[in-house]
Design a protein around this ligand. Sequence first.
Ligand SMILES: [Zn+2]
Ligand SMILES: [Zn+2]
Ligand SMILES: [Zn+2]
Ligand SMILES: [Zn+2]
Length: 620
Amino acid sequence: MTSDTNPSKNSGSAAGGKKRGKNAKGGTGKADNKTVSFSANPDPPAQAPVKPFSRKKSATHAEREKECGNRHFKEKKYRQAVCSYSQAVVRAPQPGDPDAGDLLSVGYANRSAALLHMGEFRLCLQDIEAALGAGYPTRLRYKLLDRRATCQLKLVLQQQEEELPALESRSDHFLSASSAVDVTYSPGEGRFAVAARDVKPGDLLVVEKPHASVLMAEKTGTHCIHCLKRVLAAFPCRECSGVMFCSPACAAAAEPYHRWECSIQDVLQASGMSPLCHLALRIITKHGLEFFQKLRPELERARAPGDRPSTDSAGKQYDPDNYLAVHQLVTLSELRKPEDFFHRTLMAVLLLKHLRVAGFFGAVTEDDQADRALSSDELLVGSLLLHHLQLLQFNAHEVGEYVMMEPGQFKQSRSVYIGVAVYPTVSFFNHSCEGGVSRCFVGDTLAVHSVMPVAAGQPIFENYGPIYSHKAKPDRQHWLSSRYWFDCRCVACEENWPDYDQYDINTVLLRCTGCGAGIENDASGKDPVGDCPKCGKKNNAVELFRQLGGAQENYHSAMNMMHEGEPKKALRLFYRFIEQCQELVVRPNRDLSLCQEAARMCLAAQGSLHCIRQKKTNVA
Ligand SMILES: [Zn+2]
Ligand SMILES: [Zn+2]
Ligand SMILES: [Zn+2]
Ligand SMILES: [Zn+2]
């Protein structure tokens, strides 16, 4: 079993995909209820007392960081200055606190000056507003107003930052999917995504904001805990110093859940639990207790597995923000071993105790530290935590940030794991070891593009981790069955496709223009015989090889474009090559696989991108 099946273990590979929905019906919550109340009574390790713990505000620390920022600023080290000022605003006591002074507003104001020098006009304006809002001293305000005017002028000239692609035509049923996507049901496969029309490589299929996402603990010093974007100029929580936000808007949006997590943030992280456990909790704190109290009757009504995935019986659109979209995801409770259930139940109890001391169920009493009986609200939330811990095993996605050494340098670039999230619509995509889509994250918002043609009515496949070209079939099958509990029957597994190590580069299997079957031939093209072994058609192999040669030339120049830092231009040629391969060769084909891999890299780099070495910014 992988560490993922044990929720108490912290693992760097806690998520990454999800299982095909064998049984789309979620648990009713009743069975989960019993388990929680059982294990709250004996004395398991989860019964150890939980105490709130979080990093408090500190005027001394804030003052020190501000001084440090001022030194960097004088030395024209603006990036370091911004870092120090960010620490200062995160640690500074809020206005109204007896220790507050001008620390917060001066921190913002000084940072805005450094940001102006860096050409970060949007962030600079944001800081000026924050400084004014935090009570910047009146006698100095003219400086800020001056800076604001300069900045507004320059902002007009600056181009917009990279934004999410928008869906051209939205599905009638799925709020975050394009009209090219539909979901169908079969008893063996559960519910899964299919092409509603012919899909071309490059088609944007889904743009989804997750129902909930959680940042990896080790990224809290560099990324926004709400949108998971990398933070240059941090905004603080009003209470703690343990988290940061990229903007006042994210700080406000996080308030409904962070108000409960604020006092337990550090203890959750220090416990070493996997981010999936935190995500199970976040789905609760995001909605609040009253929401679940009202939803109780609905949660107890079971849904028929053949139902169209809809959020309510009125047949409204499937909305990933609707809790029921998450609740009905597959849990496979019926297949779980007792030990697995026991582990998850202990974790649910531990999370429940965190919520109790955070005041989620009302004012905290002495009794809450002792082992008082669970209230009916606690029992409800505990059973939901257990339900979430099960469904997240199969339905959570890793969130990635694309990292390269320098802008445009794809060599050694890769996606780095920064958090976990649940995307209810993307959860409908089944796995294949070939994979037919790419993932691109802007913060925690996921854009899914197709990287292969899919005929109307055919399934659209994601890849949950192991790709046929990099991992041998037994390893893939083992990985998938231990983590997601299914035996892969994808075309690569069924036809025993070879991985890259086994490829004989000269065996290109041409496709019969009559029936699509493979024609054995040698790549030199000297042998013109292209008799189809299946339908008997006499294909002109020389002509087919000539066309393939032309396509390959374009593909190689696209590879060069990509490595010269022109991914957008390269993508257009990659898509064309993928389409040509579909007509000319039988899969697997080495160039086709490499081309799809390159297209995935170009697409991923269009999202949140971190370059380790920055190009010099225009100094304003
Ligand atoms: Zn943010
Ligand atoms: Zn906080
Ligand atoms: Zn497979
Ligand atoms: Zn044929």
